[in-house]
Design a protein around this ligand. Sequence first.
Ligand code: SF4
Ligand code: SF4
Ligand code: SF4
Length: 260
Amino acid sequence: MKRTTGKPRLGFFKYSCCAGCEFQTIFFQKAVVETLESFDITYCRMVTSTGTPEGPFDVALIEGTITEAWQADELKKIRQRSRLLFAIGSCAVNGGIPAIKSASTEHEVEKRVYTDLSSIHSIRPRAIETYVSVDGYIKGCPPGERDLHEALTSVLMGRRPVFLEYSVCIECKLEGHICVLVAHNEPCMGPVTNAGCGALCPASQRACYSCWGPMRQANALALAKKFEAMGISPDDIVRKFTQFGADTIQYRKVAEHYEA
Ligand code: SF4
Ligand code: SF4
Ligand code: SF4
């Protein structure tokens, strides 16, 4: 793979999303910003208008949900030109916020927003793994320093990234926070949410709303039943489990249960 600086070539690509992941990666996390200096950022529209999306890339970071056919086509080409490809942020990892609309047909959603549909060509929102193979999932909305740093460091060191495979509750207990679910009867999504944020919300006495998305082995229906016993309405329960990752196997089970 051709290099100009000897550094690994990095491309940052954005599809349907708020671009917050890109913003977070480039500007906000000290250890991440320092680690990025070891990369040759050859394509990233947020920081430079020069650079080419043609690659080749040592690593491509993809943010956003795929909601149009051209995006899927372009993504497949990026995959071919990239040695490693990471999904960055809930939108790319599991559909994130754009996947909320997957509860309705595309036509229903389009009609609700636009009067003239002639130039609208949206497709069902999908995580990027629907279209390409993915080498790492950097979760969060937006991701935190721990996972971003781990992903970039793994590329530099030529090893697989290690992401946490347990729930926010574990992080919460390790930090010694008071449980808002037990102590304050708050409907906290921590038991089913993948760790990585350091239990940011419980640290501020707020319930987790699962912006990291579900952990792989989440028993989402059991938590939904707990919320039901706390007096939360079925509609609100479905909303909680479809805000992030509406299209994931874990959270879809809850929506299907209460909408049946
Ligand atoms: S994951 Fe969140 S922060 Fe990142 S692009 Fe999507 S909506 Fe924005
Ligand atoms: S506050 Fe939430 S994340 Fe923390 S232990 Fe309780 S349920 Fe788990
Ligand atoms: S506690 Fe939950 S909602 Fe808050 S940042 Fe972590 S994963 Fe996101």
